[in-house]
Design a binder for this molecule. Structure first.
Ligand code: ASP
Length: 300
């Protein structure tokens, strides 16, 4: 049966960044990219494309924008290098692909997708992840080409402890529900500024920062990764729908309060199998938005 409730929800990270967001210009530029990601991904769903294709397309646009902490424009680690993580999951099959600690790939979400499509394994790290993607047709890039002047400046300031970096988690993610009732989720990130080399966050960990199951919901999270890993956040949210009679909203609240109990901050986006949408966070703000029927809503 054709599912008429097409849904696409995206986020561009959560954080405490009221100061940063005070200029209307900055809001406008973020708005524009989020709008493009939603329009592009939703067009795929409208043409009866799959939720997996829709989340890939939306996340790719966000990765290519210097405004978000994913792909181009990612934060720098302790050594001033970019190390990227990403994951994607198909709710119909529970197949997933994930990469961590890569720097020679322009669009990590597409590399994660290659793993989902072509590997019996779920997760690859570092140069092995890059080589896998390369063997499947992706070009290697110069890691330096992912670094923006703005991120370099921020990193230098953080290193020199000139100022306390505003807590900003510019990770990107998308969840979608397609015409066949299939859910999918994808998340991509540069992690946390000045992180130690080799540190992996929640985004590429299936069940922590990313999860999708047609029986329950699709989730993509953002925030202090360690807390999302320790609470297995995305699976925790989905599992509540599986084992209890509870709404998506309520399950999201409970998952977020478990995170907060540990002192964790961040947010998430989710869609359940009925097409309900949830976007919630315990930071001051989260860049997010959704497309459904004929409306596109963006919240900053
Ligand atoms: N969750 C990401 C990480 O810990 C960071 C973020 O969402 O900005 O790697």
């Amino acid at each position: 049966m054709i599912n008429k409730k097409l849904r696409l929800v995206i986020h561009g990270g959560a954080g405490n960044m009221t100061k940063l967001m005070s200029t209307p210009r900055s809001i406008q530029t973020h708005h524009k990219v989020l709008q493009k990601a939603l329009t592009t991904g939703y067009a795929i769903l409208k043409k009866q494309g799959s939720s997996i294709d829709a989340v890939c397309a939306a996340v790719k646009i966000l990765e290519n924008s210097a405004l978000f902490n994913a792909g181009y424009g990612s934060v720098l680690n302790h050594q001033g290098k970019v190390e990227l993580d990403a994951a994607i999951m198909d709710g119909a099959t529970l197949k997933a692909g994930s990469i961590a600690g890569v720097s020679r790939i322009r669009n990590p979400v597409l590399a994660a997708r290659l793993i989902l499509d072509f590997s019996k394994h779920v997760m690859f790290i570092g140069k092995h992840a890059e080589n896998f993607a390369h063997r499947h047709g992706m070009k290697f890039i110069d890691p330096e080409s992912l670094i923006t002047q703005q991120q370099l400046k921020k990193w230098k300031e953080v290193k020199a402890r000139k100022h306390q970096e505003a807590e900003k988690h510019g990770t990107v993610g998308a969840v979608a529900l397609d015409c066949n009732g299939n859910l999918a989720a994808a998340t991509s990130t540069g992690g946390i500024i000045n992180k130690l080399p080799g540190r992996v966050g929640d985004s590429p960990i299936i069940g922590a920062g990313t999860y999708a199951d047609n029986k329950t919901c699709a989730v993509s999270a953002t925030g202090q990764g360690e807390f999302f890993m320790r609470t297995v956040f995305s699976y925790d949210l989905a599992a509540q729908l599986h084992y209890k009679k509870i709404s998506l909203k309520q399950a999201g609240k409970i998952a977020l309060s478990r995170l907060a109990d540990l002192g964790g901050r961040g947010g998430f986006i989710a869609i359940d199998k009925q097409g309900n949408i949830e976007m919630n966070f315990n930071t001051q703000m989260m860049y997010c938005g959704y497309a459904k029927e004929n409306e596109i809503i963006i919240k900053i």
